[in-house]
Design a protein around this ligand. Structure first.
Ligand SMILES: C[S@@+](CC[C@H](N)C(=O)[O-])C[C@H]1O[C@@H](n2cnc3c(N)ncnc32)[C@H](O)[C@@H]1O
Length: 870
């Protein structure tokens, strides 16, 4: 158990801003306070004016008219060297900016010029653009602007695509240094659609000289769902995952529809009544952006659609996406663009609103929108903790009472334990199994009892099953032990025998001898209260199954040691075994009834999947400055801002999915709305079972006990559908408590096995250096659970493969031979597409197949420095 956090949902504060691209108004404190009265939390402001724009265009024009056309030099370079007279923009003048430092500046988001083209293949345009940006950033920094919105890089230049993004990225790197107190937001569309990259009048891009442009490619421009994400990935990598660099996303969501929901009696009816809702990109694309640091969500007025009553409405898919973003640790600010002037502040004249049909007074008050959006924030799961904040696993130090208290609030865990114990007791009685107690009671021990919630559940289970138990509770934490004593007196009616000990040195339960030599009943043992057996020398039970109740050991105060029939423990960590449950339970393995003994849990398994987790990566990189072991430490963390790289993906857009009413590719055919992100492909790394019949006997030549039987290793292959970046691995666990009673944190099985359980966060195994993953590739994970008999640690390595299409006889095709693919999970072949899966069996004709080509590999990471001491 390793989950910490506040139990109450803190709610989300929404921050709504107003963006008017052609704002000419000088933004004074009075203007800001007027915007506040209209319930806007912030305003955008252009850094420079149209005067500045004209000045730069004028400069460029006169420069070009005096310039010789560029030509190749003797070495043959043109685009990469400029042996020409430089064009330098003189400093800003007072007509070049309306921005003046004042007390309202901190509530402004500065917007840099969108008419520049930092990506231009023409070095003159690219350099001029860079100068404009630098002048603007420097002036914004001088004025005390805290947030800058930088328009998107231009990705298409004739036949060239994304070639100049690296120049853009390099300029942002300079800008970060120039404005050390500014947060930079790169303004991107969700998908790369060349048709939306339209040049406006006065833009520098079309002024690029023909000599530098490649001719238009013959093919029609295509929408690339991950094209803008690719650009973002390059920018943030160039800027080394800088903590002040975020995404400001252009998102065509009709947000004001959401704002209007309180006015509607049955808002969902109105939404479903819409004829043609705006289309969100595929869920895989939404999921990718959800994992990125999106701090501004901009919603354009053109996105609004009207419902039959004339109000703007929002589809459920849109709501779902916004709601998901709002549950992040840092929910984005919402920026409404082109929605008309702020009432009473700006005249609509000169301001182009995309909603000619809607006047600004028709829009709801922003306070209403805030309340509505808070209503969307309903899932209890997300309020429990701060998400995506990496935290090293809990130390093995004694836990504080508050820690136990938080865990004890879990609505599922204890309920499930009680069900498991009840079932185990009923089965024991039904199967008429002999017990280890002379009176026929089932001896049950809660080992690692903490403050005793499982003890309470065991007593309830006994009453429920109608099976008498002799109950023992073992706990090493002396402070928790005080509470166990108190509970025994006040709640448990002194029915429990308490043992303050590390379970590994406990000698087992004691019962009264059936009769003393004199024939009198021994009074000790009915209820021993606090057990003092540690004061006595260890005894040895017989392992002869036929003598499970043979109390041949030396007696203590007329009592004798016996076996435990049912051991109940909860020593699990986020990755199942990472809090040394196997090692602790090994220590009491010999105390368990060798024939009929039961352990609850009976088994547990560790599961993993590769993820993209840019925020976590950035946090880990920052921690590395003070802690060199940070990138080799597994972190317990609520994973929200992540993207699963290997999924049972459905490829349709949200709209298609909505129409088809299909949901997860894992096979659910229920008619639910497809707003869930694709289901991850999670595989089993390894498992442990108890009681463990395979523990080797101690070696006579070694003083220490070997732990080698608890070493594990795995190598798993994960097909990936879309390109992305692997920052690390997400780890989960599943456990079989008893029979069909199971707990799971695995996102694929959690809902079925233990929905709403909150005791465990997932675990995150970071990669020091993120690895790029190609479309339709494979990520192969090699992982170990290692031990040196003193501590336990993990080692992990990731390889990335591209699948190269080949034509070869079927016999020669290289097929991945990985373990861990379980029934119910998509197979590697089926995720590659249907070609392999559907190829005809037999025959030796040449057929299309795939060869794996390794394109990336991490180092072997090791958490040995942070290993868990046994
Ligand atoms: C995760 S807590 C579970 C507490 C309680 N059983 C519950 O479910 O709320 C694990 C408990 O086991 C105790 N523990 C861990 N290792 C132990 C050991 N080797 N011997 C005895 N107690 C141990 C810890 O002190 C802690 O109280």
């Amino acid at each position: 158990m390793d989950n910490y956090g506040a139990a109450d949902d803190p709610g989300v504060t929404f921050c709504i801003g107003h963006h008017e691209p052609t704002r000419t108004l000088m933004v004074t404190p009075q203007v800001v306070s007027r915007a506040h009265e209209s319930n806007y939390d912030l305003l955008t402001v252009p850094i420079t004016t149209t005067h500045f724009h004209s000045r730069v265009l004028g400069l460029l024009s006169s420069y070009l008219s005096n310039l010789q056309p560029p030509s190749f030099d003797r070495i043959g370079t043109m685009a990469t060297s400029q042996n020409t007279r430089p064009l330098t923009i003189p400093p800003l003048t007072k007509l070049d900016s309306n921005l003046t430092p004042n007390e309202a500046t901190s509530q402004l988001v500065g917007v840099t010029s969108s008419w520049i083209d930092l990506c231009s293949p023409d070095p003159l345009i690219a350099d001029l653009s860079r100068q404009v940006l630098m002048l603007e950033v420097a002036y914004a920094a001088f004025c005390g602007i805290g947030y800058l919105l930088i328009p998107s890089p231009k990705l298409h230049h004739g036949g060239m695509h994304s070639e100049g993004v690296v120049y853009y990225a390099r300029a942002i790197q300079d800008a970060l240094n120039l404005g050390p107190y500014i947060q930079f937001h790169i303004w991107l569309r969700m998908v790369d659609n060349p048709e939306l990259e339209v040049d406006s009048m006065g833009d520098l891009a079309p002024l690029a000289r023909q000599e530098y442009l490649q001719l238009e490619a013959g093919n029609l421009p295509k929408i690339d769902p991950f094209g803008t994400w690719d650009a973002w990935d390059l920018i943030r990598k160039t800027c080394k995952y800088h903590t002040r660099l975020f995404v400001g996303k252009l998102n065509p969501l009709p947000l004001l529809a959401l704002a209007l929901l309180p006015h509607l009696e049955h808002p969902l009816n109105y939404i479903t009544a819409l004829a043609m809702p705006k289309q969100l990109p595929a869920l895989s694309v939404q999921s990718r952006w959800h994992s990125e640091p999106v701090h501004l969500l901009t919603i354009d007025g053109s996105s609004f659609l009207k419902n039959p009553k004339g109000y703007p409405v929002l589809s459920k898919a849109h709501q779902a996406f916004i709601a998901k973003l709002m549950r992040l640790r840092t929910p984005p600010w919402i920026l409404l663009c082109n929605v008309g002037p702020i009432p009473g502040l700006e005249s609509a004249e000169g301001i182009e609103t995309n909603q000619s049909q809607l006047s600004s007074s028709e829009y709801p008050s922003l306070s209403a929108s805030k309340n509505t959006m808070i209503l969307l924030h309903t899932s209890p799961m997300y309020g429990i903790c701060s998400s995506d904040s990496p935290r090293a696993p809990p130390s093995k130090d004694l836990a504080q009472s508050i820690t136990y208290e938080v865990f004890e609030k879990d609505p599922i865990k204890y309920e499930w334990y009680e069900r498991a114990i009840t079932k185990a007791l009923r089965d024991w009685a039904d199967q008429k199994k002999p017990t280890s107690h002379p009176d026929g009671k089932v001896i049950l021990a809660v080992v690692g009892a903490g403050r005793g919630p499982l003890v309470t559940r065991a007593l309830r289970a006994s009453a429920e099953a109608g099976v008498d138990i002799d109950l023992w509770a073992v706990e090493k934490n002396q402070n928790a032990f005080v509470l166990l004593q108190r509970h025994n007196e006040t709640i448990w009616d002194s029915k429990v025998t308490l043992v303050q000990s590390d379970m590994r040195s406990w000698k087992g339960p004691r019962v009264r001898r059936q009769a003393t030599e004199s024939g009198a009943q021994d009074p000790v043992g009915e209820s021993l209260g606090i057990d003092d057996s540690l004061l006595y020398t260890p005894t040895k039970r017989t392992n002869d199954p036929g003598r499970a109740s043979d109390f041949s050991a030396p007696t203590v105060s007329g009592s004798t040691y016996t076996y435990v029939d049912i051991v109940v423990s909860e020593l699990l960590g986020s990755f199942a075994d990472n809090e040394l449950s196997p090692e602790c339970l090994d220590g009491i393995n010999d105390l368990i009834n060798p024939v009929h003994g039961i352990s609850i849990p009976a088994s547990y398994s560790a599961h993993l999947t590769p993820i993209s987790a840019p925020k976590l990566h950035s946090d880990v990189v920052n921690q590395t400055v003070s802690n060199h072991a940070a990138p080799e430490t597994p972190y317990v963390v609520m994973l929200h801002a992540i993207d699963f790289l290997s999924t049972a993906e459905s490829t349709g857009t949200t709209e298609n999915l909505n129409q088809n009413n299909t949901n997860r590719a894992s096979g659910s055919s229920s008619p639910t709305l497809a707003t869930e992100f694709p289901t991850p492909f999670v595989q089993t790394a390894w498992s442990f079972s108890h009681p463990n019949r395979n523990i080797p006997p101690p070696s006579p030549i070694q003083s220490t006990i070997s732990n080698s039987h608890n070493v594990r290793q795995t190598r798993l292959s994960f097909p990936t559908q879309n390109r992305g970046v692997c920052h690390g691995l997400a780890g989960y666990f599943e456990t079989v408590l008893y029979g069909d009673v199971e707990l799971s944190t695995n996102p694929v099985t959690m809902d079925a096995k233990s929905a709403t359980m909150i005791s465990w966060f997932p675990i995150y195994f970071p990669l020091k250096t993120p690895l790029n993953v190609p479309d339709n590739g494979e990520v192969v994970v090699t992982m170990y659970r290692q031990t040196d008999d003193r501590k336990v640690w993990y080692e992990w390595m990731v390889e990335v493969y591209a699948l190269e299409r080949i034509s070869a006889p079927v016999m020669n095709l290289a097929t991945p031979a990985m373990t861990g693919i379980r029934s119910g999970s998509p197979s590697v072949d089926s995720l590659k597409g249907n070609e392999n899966a559907q190829k005809p069996q037999g025959g030796n004709s040449n057929q299309t197949g795939y060869r794996r080509v390794r394109v990336g590999m991490s180092e072997m990471h090791s958490s040995i420095k942070e290993g868990c001491l046994m």
